[in-house]
Design a protein around this ligand. Sequence first.
Ligand code: ADP
Length: 328
Amino acid sequence: MTKKHGKHQRGQVHAKVDTKSAATASQAAHEPPSAARWARAAAEIADGVPHDVTAPPARRAAEGIVTIRPGQVCDLSAIDPNADGGLDKEASKQALAAERARIQTLQERLYAEHRRSLLVVFQAIDTGGKDGTIRAVLEGVNPQGCRVWSFKVPSAEEADHDFLWRYHARTPSRGMIGVFNRSHYEDVLVVRVKGLVPEKTWRERYGLINGFERMLTLSGTTVLKFFLHISKDEQKERLEARIADPEKHWKFDPADLVERKAWNAYQAAFTDALTHCSSPHAPWHVVPANRKWFRNLVIARTIADTLEAMDPQFPEAAEGISGMTVPD
Ligand code: ADP
């Protein structure tokens, strides 16, 4: 987006506030959330702070990924974790290199533009492949324009704040790609399965998460969420591989065997999170993830397509640069 476009957008936002805010101020307190109310909130947020760029809506994911539509009940059992779209493994590896190159080029533009950002969220059951995906998809991206955050059990300081605090502090700033390896969704997943807070509390969080992601979107951050969908058999194989190979022992945590016993409880928690938190601006994308090469390709392609849809532009250069000479 050029500076000119940015100004145009700001102008539109101001116009909305001027015409609607006075007339509707007294209604707002009593109204249920609605599209119109969101739009007003958007205008107000955009009006009051410098983050005045609304991110484009989420685009369609690459073929082979199942996107959960708002209002649709997610049925993980109907999605085959072995699916590979009929693609060829070797050809897909080549295609991955091409998608990475697209991401690298577009990321440079996003960084130079310094107006919007992209947040990529990965969630999966243990051994689901979050680390491997991040490595495969972001290889070669300029590290200066990308930050990966892995979220573990909250520290004492984090636990002393509201549940979104630690995530919000790490959302990407303008020009950046941010990656969440685990995310705010842990607070409706592990927290629910382990009964760390009462049901009333984690249920309330679906709406809070939707509001949080909406706010990010209205502030110029496109939110892209991938759930890596593996089968229980595949998890067994991956855990056995970690036990069998001494070089993979560091990845093996005996606690994973305990967590595996709660497989069904985790699937239920994922199902609800994906159902309740697939909004128009940030739907969940379910990626068949038993085949790593397929998983990597379709995720890289979706990230590249999303960046392309954001259409980041190099900023306008100062006048006269082309004719300048550098003194000896
Ligand atoms: P990973 O499995 O992501 O490679 P670890 O083996 O260190 O990393 O696991 C991180 C652990 O932190 C997981 O068991 C996860 O459930 C837990 N965790 C993450 N976020 C929270 C949270 N908000 N509350 C409680 N536990 C959490």
